[in-house]
Design a protein around this ligand. Structure first.
Ligand code: HEC
Length: 192
């Protein structure tokens, strides 16, 4: 699937005169950003879970996740965010084409060898041209189920309800698509 998608990106690129993006470069840079996002957040989440348990860790997640997204966006020049079909943070709900792609990812969140699936595509043209990268965030039992599973402790539920009255991000099973890291590059600056 990855190979087909890569070919798709290259065909899309061949079809327009300028700018000339480097799909491989976008892919490598995006994967590195997604890795950093995951590693940073996981580090902070694990430390908070250990120190304060899940109720205390909710606040860390709430502060840390948007802060990491903002920092990586600023550093890279790409737009880096987390998205979900059943979101907790209302700002994580994607619309339009991004939602359609995420629905496709939800149907197959893992590759044949069990890695998070990746989708890449381009959109727009001229100054509006963008290269997109989206990597699945699969649900896991540990530590995710404490805050996204079906059997959430009452005090965790209570805190989540206070902070996220429209929370849709519970009831997930291991292997489900919990969400995705979505990265969007302006193509023109990508070729510098
Ligand atoms: C301590 C509770 C807690 C744990 C444990 C936890 N999360 Fe979350 N998760 C949250 C909170 C709170 C948010 C909302 C953050 C925000 O406001 O941006 C969130 C948001 C997310 C989002 C962004 C989309 C959305 O719905 O807003 C994803 C994706 C996500 N979590 C995946 C995971 C995965 C995968 C794990 C396990 C590795 C995990 N979470 C573990 C509390 C938790």
């Amino acid at each position: 699937m990855t190979r087909l998608l890569t070919v798709g990106v290259m065909l899309a690129v061949a079809g327009c005169a300028a700018p000339t993006p480097e799909p491989v470069d976008v892919s490598v840079k995006s994967a590195a950003l997604a890795d950093r996002f995951q590693a940073d957040l996981q580090g902070q989440l694990q430390a908070a879970m250990k120190a304060d348990g899940p109720v205390g860790a909710i606040g860390v997640c709430q502060q840390a996740a948007p802060a990491i997204a903002a920092r990586l966006s600023q550093e890279s020049g790409a737009e880096v965010r987390r998205i979900a079909l059943r979101e907790r943070n209302p700002g994580a709900a994607p619309d339009g084409e991004l939602r359609e792609r995420l629905e496709q990812l939800a149907a197959a969140p893992l590759t044949a060898d069990g890695k998070p699936a990746v989708m890449q595509w381009t959109s727009g043209s001229g100054a509006g041209a963008r290269a997109h990268y989206m990597r699945a965030i699969p649900m896991k039992e540990q530590p995710c189920a404490a805050c996204h599973g079906s059997n959430i402790a009452p005090e965790v539920k209570g805190r989540l309800a206070e902070l996220y009255p429209d929370d849709k991000a519970t009831g997930f099973k291991p292997g489900d698509l919990r969400g995705a890291i979505a990265i969007r590059w302006p193509l023109a600056s990508e070729t510098r």
